[in-house]
Design a protein around this ligand. Sequence first.
Ligand SMILES: [Zn+2]
Ligand SMILES: [Zn+2]
Length: 314
Amino acid sequence: MVRTGVPEVLKGVSAAVLQEYAVQCIREFNASPTFAAALGVSVAHVSHCTETALRGPEADKLSSERRLGLIYTHDCRHIGCTDTGCVLCSHSQQRRCNRSFAAKYLSGDSLRATCGAPIRISLVDLETNVPVSLESAGLPPNAYIRLAIVDTKRLESSMTAQTRLSPALLKACLLLRNNAGGPLLAERSGTCDAEGFVRVALSSRAGAAEWSAETPGSLGREGVSTALPELSVTGSSEALLLSQRATFKLAAWIALEGRCEDGSLGEQDSPRTEESHSPGRLPAIAPALSDAFVVATQRVRSASKKDIPHASDP
Ligand SMILES: [Zn+2]
Ligand SMILES: [Zn+2]
């Protein structure tokens, strides 16, 4: 790949070392915000194009075979490091979160990271974790994200090491209603649908302008990544699953508008095919599954202890 002549002084250096160094320089240069700004795209977009180009002529073939998926992340507000043995951080009450979801929420509390940061959901290439655009993912304009609570234990018992998480598998483990018959997963603005799913819009048509926040007007080209709406769980895991050790997980998957209004997940896990770019067909996109968490009733608020106690705790 190094086509320019190697300078005399470097002739003794092995080709592999030179190659690795050159590739590293390309990555560093292309990761510069100035370069991305000059091109009018995001740094993530340049990085994605760089990786594709570096993979060479096979890249086109590879990109059609790449595995896409939804993932949860958060921009941690805590300033410590993640090293559990770190002496400097051992007494810090602001240690960085090692997961995006807290281990415990109270019924009605916002589902946020322990540090208080909102949780984001992104559509990524699972190999690089770089967000991909709707266009390059082959998603039709009527696609959106569906969110629902699942029973961790039931899901785990139906999965083996070889099982790939699919919407069909999630379907058997959904928990849509609380014990009072209301939606178990509630969005603050109250826009859960009749079946109890919370929706997150993917396309600009559905008013999701924030998807392209980095470069306004380039929706479909930029990677998909956005903060989840303000969500809360309206029932305790113990009351619903009749076990103190029972936990919930928040599942997210891609669904199509105007399909499966009976609440079934239908063909949404259909494998990627030639027709996947035509409206109504979905490419295979792995669902997101959160860390497991317990939801307790508000009555235990004063009795609950934080992982790291704070002087201001009651
Ligand atoms: Zn955090
Ligand atoms: Zn540290």
